[in-house]
Design a protein around this ligand. Structure first.
Ligand SMILES: *Cc1c(COP(=O)(O)O)cnc(C)c1O
Ligand code: SF4
Length: 348
């Protein structure tokens, strides 16, 4: 017997509806997960520094009653964010000096990055752009003309990266228009999207997205962001499979986060599950030293030890590159090299 009104038969909300219905009230999150009172007070205060946002679809993967749940820890505002810690700043990766036009960052050879929006479906507490001045970036398509002209003017740029914020919070109509403009620029070969939506809001991967992403002659690449194997629920797996089946090269970047994924067993599980979905583990990032995120930092020494453990148990292709971003450098830096160069400086 089917009861049409039962919650099981309700279709999942469209991604836009789900985005609109994401949880933004710390009290609601605490109620849903049955969290203790002291956490509630702390969450309310810290959400004033950087608002709470988390889709219900992501909250459903958390363990109720557990303040240390690894998914919850990524999104729950905490008092610790208000602490001033020396070395932690508002622009730790040097975005500002690499701005070439409104919305266009060009740091590395051959690839340029567009800050398409400040909106994300989830607010990761450790986000290195949590203080980024998004309000200064373009909104309408006309406002993008200078950035498009810059891309067209530099024949060395072969890849354009849509970043943000999260570019997949924008409509497919808008993204399709942008993609067709890229297609007119002869030297562009690859279109890359940096997004967390396929993980936190998997219904975002729909026909309309696949249509524009694979509808140009540019090679489509997507870099998703999952930090813990519990993030990869069935809906998320299905979304990743759809992308790969459509011919998109899908890579994952994770951030090494204290108390969340800073153990070899968790990281190994994450990497192997990604590989089983044909998603390649790309980067494991040392957390950027953005103010408010000091309590997430794992020492590089510990990070290197974890990488050593992973090397001992994973096939080579499942091993991410452990990197950190150093302001002013020509690429993300392998943590090994950064440590070595500081050692050689000590001996110089
Ligand atoms: C991280 C980043 C990229 C991409 O670097 P890859 O090593 O190619 O993944 C490109 N541009 C900017 C500004 C970046 O911060
Ligand atoms: S999805 Fe990315 S850009 Fe958005 S808050 Fe998380 S880390 Fe920052």
């Amino acid at each position: 017997m089917h009861n049409i009104a039962s919650p099981q038969t309700n279709p999942r909300p469209t991604w836009r509806k789900a985005l609109a219905q994401a949880i933004r009230d710390p009290d609601e999150l605490c109620d849903l997960l049955d969290l203790p009172k002291e956490i509630r007070t702390s969450a309310r205060a810290a959400s004033k520094l950087f608002p709470l946002v988390v889709p219900r679809e992501f909250v459903e993967r958390m363990r109720p009653g557990d303040p240390n749940d690894p998914l919850l820890r990524q999104v729950l505002p905490l008092d610790a964010e208000a602490e001033e810690v020396p070395g932690f700043t508002v622009d730790p990766v040097g975005d500002a000096p690499s701005r070439r036009a409104d919305g266009l960052l060009h740091k590395y050879h051959g690839r340029a990055l567009l800050i398409t929006t400040g909106v994300c479906a989830v607010h990761c507490r450790y986000c290195f752009r949590r203080h980024y001045p998004y309000h200064e970036e373009p909104r309408g398509l006309e406002a993008w003309e200078p950035a498009l002209a810059c891309l067209a003017d530099d024949p060395l740029i072969a890849e354009v990266i849509l970043s943000g914020g999260d570019p997949l919070t924008l409509t497919d109509e808008w993204l399709a228009r942008l993609a067709s403009r890229f297609e007119e620029i002869g030297h562009l070969q690859r279109l890359r999207v940096h997004t967390r939506l396929p993980i936190v809001l998997p219904q975002r991967v729909d026909d309309a997205l696949l249509a524009w992403l694979t509808g140009t002659h540019l090679q489509p690449i997507m870099v998703v962001h999952a930090n813990h194997p519990s993030e990869l629920d069935d809906a998320c797996r299905q979304a990743l499979r759809r992308l790969v089946d459509a011919g998109v090269l899908v890579l994952n970047q994770a951030v090494l986060l204290k108390g969340i994924n800073d153990d070899a067993a968790t990281l190994a599980r994450l990497c192997l599950e990604l590989v089983s979905l044909r998603v390649m583990p790309y980067y494991l990032h040392q957390v950027d030293r953005v103010s408010g995120a000091a309590h997430f930092e794992v020492s590089e020494e510990r990070g290197l030890q974890l990488m050593e453990d992973l090397r001992g148990q994973l096939p080579g292709y499942a091993l991410p590159k452990y990197v950190r971003e150093v302001s002013g450098e020509a690429s993300k830096m392998p943590v090994e090299l950064v440590s070595l160069s500081s050692v050689s400086q000590n001996f110089a």
